[in-house]
Write a protein that binds this ligand. Structure first.
Ligand SMILES: Cc1cc2nc3c(=O)[nH]c(=O)nc-3n(C[C@H](O)[C@H](O)[C@H](O)COP(=O)(O)OP(=O)(O)OC[C@H]3O[C@@H](n4cnc5c(N)ncnc54)[C@H](O)[C@@H]3O)c2cc1C
Length: 397
């Protein structure tokens, strides 16, 4: 019945992390809230996140864990609704979770626990969720209300919240709707690009490294701007793993990245010490103690690895250390939005209130979550931004 008009205090587009959090908070305030989503299920990204266990936040949240053209913007929301607030919500619902490396918090059972918790809170707050709903047109009418025409009905609302996320994983219902609405109201949008995304390799590297598929090594991966010490993973398409995903958000096309495969070692000192103690062992024997065996032929030729340590000159030892600790790879590109976990760029924070997420250009219009130019590191930061920004808007819509 597309001609039917449904009036509501708050209309939220996007029934996932940020949208559901906003809906819960607004509903708790007694506001009449409707959430629309074109997907056939709410919170698809929550369900697929963290390998099905949802890395829902991090115990160390700081503005420096976020990328934005306005690095101060996220501070207000993150300090008003913190990781501890979200953890308290989980505790209220008796959801078991565990801390993994680098302060990452994951569900112990399943990401479903988080989605079920949000849906239960929505139900308690009398939030209505309509799925399979295509948004056709958005208009601000004379009486200062928004009219949103959809495949289900026409909605009229005083507060319109855009929580439609970024462009990553179109198969999971990602769409550019949020950016289009922002454009319609003359908001500036910072160029978007895939973040937290695997690298593809140039043909000569791909040929050399393809055989390493499945190998994972704790490494220190850096460029001129940033450094991450986590695992890297060789795949049949290129490079992935947490350290690679992290640096991908700071990577510019054509740049090389540096990989230190032995970040805990002073390789020169180590080879020299063993050269003195065991001059006859082959370089290969020493390397196998520290690195996966399959990785070694990708780094050194057979003649080098078969050399007894005593035959290595100081210059050669320096070269070997450089190869292991300053291995430079120039990625061919990234796997793009098909596999990226997030979208960098987005709606310019300078045109939004950091306290409420309301547009400074159009009253009653709000943008929350990933559609905004705030992108977190890997480690639960993106969900925390979704919870925090959604919560802030939920206090005022
Ligand atoms: C594979 C994967 C794993 C991830 N793992 C983690 C993790 O463990 N920890 C972490 O912090 N972050 C993780 N992320 C990132 C995190 O999922 C997002 O940053 C977060 O979901 C953003 O929340 P959001 O509410 O802004 O947008 P989304 O969760 O993307 O939700 C947007 C909603 O809007 C709907 N929508 C979009 N377009 C339209 C339209 N045109 N009409 C109607 N509805 C529309 C979508 O269907 C969706 O339900 C992961 C992302 C991916 C892809």
């Amino acid at each position: 019945m597309p001609d039917k008009i449904i009036h509501t205090d708050v209309l939220i587009i996007g029934a996932s992390a940020s949208g559901l959090m906003c809906a819960i908070e607004a509903g708790k305030r007694g506001r009449n809230v409707i959430v629309l989503d074109h997907a056939n299920k709410a919170g698809k990204k929550i369900l697929m996140s963290g390998g099905g266990f949802c890395n829902f936040t991090n115990i160390d949240i700081d503005a420096s864990n976020f990328i934005s053209h306005n690095p101060h913007f996220c501070k207000s929301a993150l300090s008003r609704y913190t990781q501890w607030d979200f953890i308290a919500l989980l505790n209220e619902h008796h959801i078991p979770y565990q801390q993994r490396d680098l302060g990452k918090l994951f569900c112990e059972n399943s990401a479903k626990d988080i989605l079920n918790m949000l849906l239960a809170e929505c139900k308690k707050a009398k939030v209505k969720i309509h799925l399979n709903c295509d948004i056709k047109n958005i208009e601000k009418t004379k009486n200062d209300a928004f009219t949103v025409k959809t495949s289900l009905a026409n909605f009229q609302t005083g507060s319109l919240v855009i929580a439609s996320g970024g462009l990553s994983i179109p198969k999971m219902c990602a769409s550019p709707l949020g950016y289009k609405v922002a454009e319609q109201y003359h908001h500036h949008i910072w160029e978007t690009r895939p973040g937290l995304v695997p690298f593809t390799l140039q043909p000569h590297d791909k040929e050399k490294l393809e055989a390493l598929s499945g190998i994972s090594v704790e490494s220190d991966v850096s460029n001129e701007r940033i450094r991450f010490k986590e695992n890297i993973l060789f795949t049949h398409r290129g490079l992935s793993g947490p350290a690679i995903l992290q640096i991908s958000s700071y990577w510019k096309a054509g740049e090389a990245i540096n990989i230190n495969l032995l970040p805990e070692h002073d390789v020169v000192a180590l080879i020299k010490k063993r050269q003195y103690k065991q001059p006859n062992i082959k370089l290969k024997t020493l390397l196998i103690e520290m690195l996966p065996k399959r990785l070694i032929p990708a780094l050194f030729d057979q003649e080098t690895v078969d050399k007894p340590l005593q035959e290595l000159s100081n210059v050669r030892i320096e070269e070997i250390a450089q190869q292991l600790q300053q291995w430079q790879i120039k990625p061919g590109g990234t796997e793009g939005y098909r596999t990226a976990e997030v979208t960098l760029g987005g709606i310019d924070c300078d045109e939004l209130s950091s306290k409420t997420m309301e547009s400074k250009k159009v009253s009653g219009l709000y943008f929350i979550g990933e559609v905004v130019d705030v992108t977190g590191w890997l480690g639960g930061y993106n969900f925390q931004w979704a919870w925090s920004s959604g919560w802030c808007a939920g206090q005022v819509v």
